[in-house]
Design a protein around this ligand. Structure first.
Ligand SMILES: NC(=O)c1ccc[n+]([C@@H]2O[C@H](COP(=O)([O-])OP(=O)(O)OC[C@H]3O[C@@H](n4cnc5c(N)ncnc54)[C@H](O)[C@@H]3O)[C@@H](O)[C@H]2O)c1
Ligand SMILES: [Zn+2]
Length: 353
């Protein structure tokens, strides 16, 4: 098949492009090489792939980019941390206006298959189970409770602690910040396009992606890069809260494989897929694993916190496993060792940072 990969020069994109080529597909990359992501504006794709240096918002660039294409993998987005409300126009333009232009161009050129990079940030705080009230959405975390070391969000009805549950795709979305809102809007826009054109869309709700070339300033696994910088200065990594925040860290090669399987196999309707390892880990465990791999100073759990951080968010990816026979291959231990020691095997050096 022939694929257009938007954002194919990015962290995940480069692994997706490689996976597509290994599986014998033709690949065209469209990427604007955003200067806040790419220091090297001379980026070129692997040999055999085409490259169009353009912005997804540029409707004129899209029609030639879509020529002869069977399916699109839309990864281009402004990721970042989104801490400042003044970034809202850039998020909405880069993520939603761009998606709107892409969908309109796909309708004009009759390209009917889309795989979209969505995110677990769609779920906000996820779900928990109260002994008394059953499955529920966690209540907000109060500054006063966190200052007393009570970091787990309580049952919104009785205030008791909640047991963690894995989030399925049927949990209603609850985006808590601008970036998350733009990711959810992309999914809805793609669903609207699919229903009015008969197109097929698979929205891949990636969990915390890590691996070679990982960007630092993201709400995902960027903290791994921060821990590593500290360890390389021979300083102890400093872990927020009590270090027990649960995440699902998933290796970028497993994400690329999942994305390509869905892009090859999803041919009908609107569907969301969680993409996680299925083995939740804590941020503290990650700091300790990296420190062990580098034989560095023991991490310090600081108790410091940032209001607005999500406490736990972990995925149930059984839909993806059942429908596309996907299995993650890189264990947490191996992935962390690779990250710490740079023993990336056959991985290309993707980008600095
Ligand atoms: N990294 C994660 O853990 C994670 C988790 C969930 C979802 N995602 C999603 O996966 C996708 C890829 O993320 P990443 O981590 O590889 O980010 P990245 O910043 O490394 O890559 C994004 C790429 O898109 C390009 N781009 C951005 N806006 C563009 C535009 N308007 N036109 C053309 N190109 C544009 C950038 O130049 C960059 O090369 C994003 O949609 C992101 O929201 C990432
Ligand atoms: Zn309760």
């Amino acid at each position: 098949m022939k694929f257009l990969v938007t954002g194919g020069a990015g962290f995940i994109g480069q692994h997706v492009v490689r996976e597509l080529m290994v599986r014998g597909h033709e690949v065209r990359v469209l990427d604007s090489l955003r200067p806040d992501v790419h220091r090297d504006l001379d980026w070129r794709p692997p040999s055999g792939a085409d490259f169009i240096h353009a912005d997804v918002r540029d409707a004129k660039a899209l029609e030639p980019a879509l020529e002869g294409v069977d399916a699109v993998i839309h990864l281009a987005a402004k990721v970042g941390l989104g801490v400042d409300i003044s970034d809202t126009p850039d998020y909405v333009s880069s993520n939603d206006f761009a998606t709107a232009e892409l969908l309109a161009a796909m309708a004009r050129t009759k390209v009917g298959r889309l795989t979209l990079a969505s995110s677990m940030v769609a779920y906000g705080e996820g779900v928990g189970r109260c002994e008394k009230h059953g499955e529920t959405r966690p209540g907000p975390r109060l500054e006063s409770a966190m200052a007393n070391g009570q970091f787990d969000p309580p049952c919104p009805t009785c205030g008791m602690p909640l047991a963690d549950l894995l989030v399925t795709e049927d949990v209603p979305v609850d985006p808590r910040n601008v970036y998350a809102t733009t990711k959810v809007a992309q999914e809805f826009l793609a669903g609207n396009w699919a229903r009015s054109t008969g197109g097929a869309v698979a929205s891949m709700r990636y969990h915390n992606v890590y691996g070679p070339g990982m960007p630092r300033d993201t709400p995902y696994a960027g903290v791994a890069a921060i821990f590593l910088s500290a360890l390389r200065r021979n300083e102890a990594p400093r872990v927020f809260e009590d270090g027990r925040q649960r995440r699902d860290f998933i290796h970028v090669r497993d994400i690329a494989a999942a994305t390509v399987l869905a892009a090859e196999g999803h041919v009908f309707g609107v569907r969301a897929f969680n993409v996680g390892s299925g083995t939740p880990r804590t941020v503290g465990e990650m700091a300790f694993a990296l420190a062990r791999a580098l034989d560095g100073p023991t991490p310090v759990v600081t108790g410091a916190f940032r209001l607005g951080d999500v406490r736990h968010i972990t995925a149930d990816s059984s839909r993806l496993r059942a429908e596309f026979h996907w299995e993650p291959r890189t264990t947490f231990e191996d992935g962390m060792r690779e990250l710490a020691t740079g023993s990336t095997g056959s991985d290309p050096v993707i980008k600095e940072g």
